[in-house]
Design a protein around this ligand. Structure first.
Ligand code: SF4
Length: 335
């Protein structure tokens, strides 16, 4: 893949996520009382700067997609605050969120499931303008044509339906639909996972070009570290609802601290041409499944799969601490 993230031009904070939790009640018994909570997101804090791409990586069930939905207020947080562009959107009522919607969009993993098959490409792309703006029909059409060209689709295909396109083209339609309102911020939720490897790089390159062209800020969600490597400026690694490591891309890939990050990196296939001077991190093999977020292990939630676990790990939860400048890790090996 040839995509490379450019450093953000400015350091203004666009998103500030502070101590955010998202717990889902677990109901049980005849009376369907709440008997516990599934802690999908459990006390997560970070900032995203204007123009940057923050990658969020974790296995399925780590809470990364739930976090994305809470950030856009598609779900309400259980606790914590979310500031977007200076506004505390976690405190807003549903109808008060509406004016902010056009500035925060999402591209989903499966373009086939997320696109209404009964609508033409033109209708799909113009719909957000119809709902969120007062533009005339002609203005909507003009803007749709402009974005269709930007995402590399043929304008003459705009009256076709989603099933008439390939997977990669359908994802381009989803991207056009997300960008038609000219948002500042886009969550990309595994946008290339459902695509052939040969198409993935094309779509990633397109997203990077659009970011540069339109001044976008991305949160890029993926289940492995290989996809976010080229597009991200910083990367956060999530495990069972918590961030266990967050730093700039270079530090994460060349000097990972957390055993889970090391395990994720070990699982990336490396093509060694004999010229690489960067040492590979210690090989840690990830075994077993992710424990249930409804019943997480005590202490460090990674301890049931960590080959470096020791007594302290089962009784005390490690906090995220700054190990190096801007490099945060939650592991007792460093405290
Ligand atoms: Fe492993 Fe203990 Fe560090 Fe958790 S705190 S990652 S169990 S060494």
């Amino acid at each position: 893949m040839t995509v490379e993230a450019r450093e953000p031009v400015q350091n203004d904070v666009l998103f500030e996520v502070k101590n955010v939790k998202k717990y889902f009640p677990i109901k049980g018994g005849i009376l369907k009382r709440t008997i516990g909570h599934l802690k999908a997101v459990d006390d997560v804090s970070f900032n995203i700067h204007q123009g940057e791409t923050l990658g969020i990586v974790g296995e399925s069930g780590s809470g990364k997609s739930t976090l994305g939905r809470v950030m856009l207020r598609l779900m309400d947080p259980t606790e914590g605050s979310i500031h977007f562009n200076g506004t505390d959107i976690s405190a807003l009522k549903r109808r008060e969120i509406r004016p902010h919607r056009r500035n925060m969009q999402i591209v989903f993993q499966d373009p086939f499931a997320s696109l209404n098959s009964k609508m033409s490409v033109a209708e799909l792309i113009e719909e957000p303008l119809l709902v969120q703006t007062s533009l005339t029909r002609t203005e909507r059409k003009e803007q749709a044509i402009e974005i269709i060209e930007k995402v590399g689709l043929r304008v003459e295909d705009r009256l076709k339906y989603p099933h008439e396109f390939s997977g990669g083209q359908r994802q381009r339609i989803s991207i056009a639909r997300a960008l038609i309102t000219r948002p500042k911020f886009v969550i990309c939720d595994e946008p290339v996972s459902a695509l052939d490897v040969s198409i993935q790089a094309q779509v990633l390159n397109l997203m990077k070009d659009l970011q540069d062209d339109l001044g976008l800020t991305y949160l890029f969600i993926a289940h492995d570290l290989s996809v976010v490597k080229h597009i991200s400026n910083r990367v956060a690694v999530m495990y069972l609802g918590r961030i266990v490591e967050i730093t700039d891309k270079k530090s994460l890939y060349s000097n990972p601290y957390h055993p889970y990050t090391q395990a994720l990196l070990t699982s990336i296939p490396v093509i060694d041409h004999g010229q690489s001077s960067t040492p590979r991190p210690t090989k840690i093999k990830l075994s077993g499944d992710l424990p249930s977020p409804a019943d997480p292990p005590s202490g460090c939630t990674f301890r049931t799969r960590c080959p470096l676990a020791h007594d302290r790990c089962s009784v005390e939860r490690p906090e995220l601490i700054e190990k190096d400048n801007g490099h945060y890790v939650a592991c007792h090996l460093y405290t």
